[in-house]
Design a protein around this ligand. Structure first.
Ligand code: GLA
Length: 367
């Protein structure tokens, strides 16, 4: 059995596919994958929470009709085999307490959980970095979302009590401790993430257009990570392309400032950077919505909260907030009461601490 966490990103949104930096953590909300071998060359999967199943031959895993989640499972199995992992067949039972479509990377959590479970069954030693890259490819090729590497790396490399500074160009991961008197609040808006795939790919294309325009003046620019606000102005970027690029450039700086602030224990400064991040995502990147804006505003006005922002791709999903540990439970409850009254949405708050990344649970008797 494998436990595969979800992730929440503290700051650094839509920077990963621009070669920038991100600061996520693995969450104590997870997907569990129980696996047993078969010898008939079939991959049979039951998704317990959805009451759905998939039964396909390992020799033919290309996407066909079927519930969306099957693409992640089949994609990971197909790419593992392509990488040389021999699978004789498997039964997988998937369950968990990670909200689905909540912007907490239930897809990456599923990909890594299935990947590690199948590799383990096959006795195939797999490196975490390779598994994360393989899972990202599964998402590109089987689900059609051109995601960056943040989610898969957060799920793969999570460390208890730490956020991870990931440089998405070099793929270096540096754990940064979260002060012990601080809690991460995950605030699920209960607005399902709609249009996430198509609007996400569109944002990515707009960033590529910004790079193309920058390169006419600055040939050394390979990605928006290499640009500054002065360069955006000098290259004459305008309109939507300018706003998208401005978000990425300022957000990348906010990640590095947040790490510096965390290291000196200045949580209030991190909170302010989170609020600035949300404003930029709302106005320049245009991936927020009325409910996410309401959640951030409410959280911000709640005693004990340092700051809040939408987390993940946006277009629905969740917000993340930082709160003082002693007030965190009360703050979470207050925020959700207020949110429900204001929007009529159910919503759900979780007081989280960062946990270890995907791993095999060997001693099931003692769970
Ligand atoms: C999704 C993607 C990530 C990242 C975020 C936005 O979660 O899977 O790669 O781009 O959106 O920061």
């Amino acid at each position: 059995m494998v436990q595969s966490p979800g992730r929440v990103n503290l700051i650094g949104e839509h920077t990963d596919y621009n070669d920038g930096c991100v600061l996520p953590a693995a969450l104590d909300l997870a997907t569990w994958v129980a696996a047993a071998p078969r010898d008939d060359g079939r991959l049979r999967t039951v998704a317990a929470r959805l009451g759905e199943a998939d039964d396909v031959p390992l020799s033919d895993l290309r996407p066909r009709e079927g519930p969306p989640w099957t693409r992640y499972v089949r994609g990971v199995a197909a790419l593992l085999q392509e990488a040389g992992c021999t699978l004789p067949g498997a039964d997988l039972l998937i369950d968990g307490d990670l909200p689905l479509s909540g912007g907490l990377s239930s897809s990456a959590s599923l990909e890594l959980g299935v990947g590690l479970a199948l590799a383990e069954l096959a006795g195939w030693a797999v490196d975490r970095r390779d598994l994360a890259l393989l899972a990202q490819r599964a998402e590109h090729e089987f689900a059609g979302v051109r995601c960056g590497i943040m989610d898969q790396f957060a799920v793969a490399f999570g460390q208890a009590g730490h956020v991870l500074l990931i440089d998405c160009r070099t793929l270096e991961v540096e754990p940064v401790p979260v002060p012990g008197d601080v809690r991460i609040l995950v605030l699920d808006s209960a607005v399902p993430r709609t249009l996430a795939g198509s609007a996400y790919n569109q944002r990515r294309a707009e960033c590529e257009e910004a790079v193309r325009q920058l390169q006419a003046h600055y040939p050394a620019v390979l990605a928006l990570r290499d640009a500054s606000l002065e360069m955006l102005a000098a290259a004459g970027l305008e309109g939507v392309v300018l706003r998208r690029a401005r978000h990425v450039v300022t957000e990348n700086a906010r990640v590095l400032e947040s790490v510096a602030a965390l290291r000196r224990g200045d949580v209030a400064a991190v909170g302010q950077l989170m609020c600035a991040s949300h404003t930029s995502l709302r106005d320049d990147y245009e991936v927020s919505g009325p409910e996410l804006d309401a959640l951030v505003e409410i959280a911000d006005d709640t005693p004990g909260v340092y700051g809040a922002r939408l987390t993940g791709a946006g277009f629905g999903g969740s917000c993340v907030a930082l709160a003082a540990a002693p007030q965190s439970e009360t703050a979470a409850a207050l925020i959700m009461d207020h949110y429900r009254q204001q929007t009529g949405r159910a919503g759900q708050a979780y007081v989280c601490t960062p946990v270890q990344g995907v791993h095999v649970l060997r001693d099931l008797a003692n769970l």
